[in-house]
Design a binder for this molecule. Structure first.
Ligand code: PLP
Length: 384
């Protein structure tokens, strides 16, 4: 048989998957593994979707997505951050932020183009760049600097081939947020070197101590930024597969070329649900965020009391404690904790080199489970 794709073949499989396979063999596991709310989608959103099905709304939509949804997306961004786009030409509704990411990279990259990606980061960025023919270039960030992206670290890695910078605040897996000043410096650098910015702001609603800073709202950013966002996290809608991209019309037009052939459109039921989320579920989202905040404080305090040093994450729903004191690698720690005490965490190094010596714990889990997980982790540590 002829060989399969070299690009796909040389991309490592996600390091998380092995752990999910292990979980399937065990009972009574407390999972802090998947980055997913433990809430079901708020009832009013499900009801709107059910009602739309009753009315027989089961067709394709415009490739761009329902105009009413695109208008609501723009209205929401204007209300929150003061930035707007033309809903007819500058917004594309996608199958989750995942499709928006994939399409955005394919729309801007030519073979060999480099994308600067602050690490540790969400596991899909580097593979998506590679699948689009580009070259991911990691930009390390440090726990001691709250995992903020330093403009100097970016400057050092800019070459003739650099095409874009990926930003994602609040960050998966560290929960880091960046200050307005810090982000503005990165934007200024993108302007100076004429780079695109992809800003994945899927956790924008999950910012606890400070106001979220939306990158396209910064001076000089909007003309070169592709904003990616979606409904999975803030509205507990992971399974609906719905997200969007906002960007200058020529970029959206390029993304659309791919999307119209590969996806046609996002599922109509999910689009109707997303519209309901934007119009009527703000209170539901706010209540879930307040609950994650309580869990964040409880869990991070608990980790530090166990001696697992963990800074208070400013956003998202992940704690990223250092496990260096245990003398175990991230992988060993995660594997033994799972086998010996049935708690699933993700080894930090799957998110990049900066994650070595850390593990990621998702605290979007019921408080009693978090408390039980801390007890089990304490027992595990006392036996080391
Ligand atoms: N971006 C980040 C930073 C994420 O953490 C995730 C999921 O965990 C995604 C994108 C994927 O989002 P979606 O469910 O909208 O495809």
């Amino acid at each position: 048989m002829k060989s399969l794709s070299h690009i796909v073949g040389s991309t490592p499989a996600s390091g998380i998957r092995r752990f999910f396979d292990l979980v399937a063999e065990l009972d009574d596991v407390i999972s802090l593994g998947v980055g997913e709310p433990d809430y079901v989608t708020p009832w009013r959103i499900r009801e709107a979707a059910i009602y739309s099905l009753e009315k027989g709304r089961t067709t394709y939509t415009s490739n761009y997505g329902l105009l009413e949804l695109r208008e609501a997306i723009v209205a929401k961004h204007i209300e929150r951050y003061g930035t707007g786009w033309n809903p007819r030409t500058e917004v594309l509704v996608t199958v989750g932020v995942s499709e928006a990411l994939d399409t955005a990279f394919r729309a801007i990259l030519n073979p060999g183009d480099e994308v600067l990606i602050p690490e540790p980061c969400y596991v899909s960025y580097a593979p998506c760049v590679a699948f689009a023919g580009g070259v991911p270039v990691p930009v390390p960030t440090r726990a001691s600097a709250d995992f903020a992206t330093h403009p100097e670290a970016i400057a050092e890695r800019i070459t003739e081939k650099t095409k874009a910078i990926l930003l994602s605040y609040p960050t998966n897996p560290t929960g880091a947020v960046m200050s307005r000043e810090g982000l503005q410096k990165v934007v200024d650098m993108a302007v100076e070197h004429d780079l695109y910015i992809l800003s994945d702001e899927i956790y924008d609603r999950l910012c606890y101590d400070t106001e979220h800073v939306s990158v396209p709202a910064l001076a000089g950013a909007k003309d070169r930024t592709i904003l990616l966002n979606g409904f999975s996290k803030a509205y507990a809608m992971t399974g609906w597969r719905i997200g969007y991209a906002c960007a200058p019309a020529p970029i959206i037009e390029m993304m659309m070329k791919i999307h119209q052939y590969t996806m046609l459109c996002a599922p109509i039921t999910a689009q109707i649900a997303a519209l309901e989320a934007l119009k009527n579920a703000e209170q539901d989202a706010a209540e879930m965020v307040a609950d994650y905040d309580r869990r964040r404080r409880l869990f991070v305090r608990g980790l530090n009391e166990l001696g697992l040093e963990c800074r208070m994450p400013g956003g998202a729903f992940y704690a990223f404690p250092s496990i260096e004191k245990t003398g175990l690698s991230s992988e060993e720690f995660a594997e033994r904790l799972l086998k010996e005490e049935r708690v699933l965490v993700v080894p930090g190094d799957v998110f990049g080199e900066g994650g070595i010596g850390h593990v990621r714990c998702c605290y979007a889990t019921a408080t009693n489970k978090l408390t039980e997980a801390l007890e089990r982790m304490g027992r595990f540590l006392s036996k080391l």
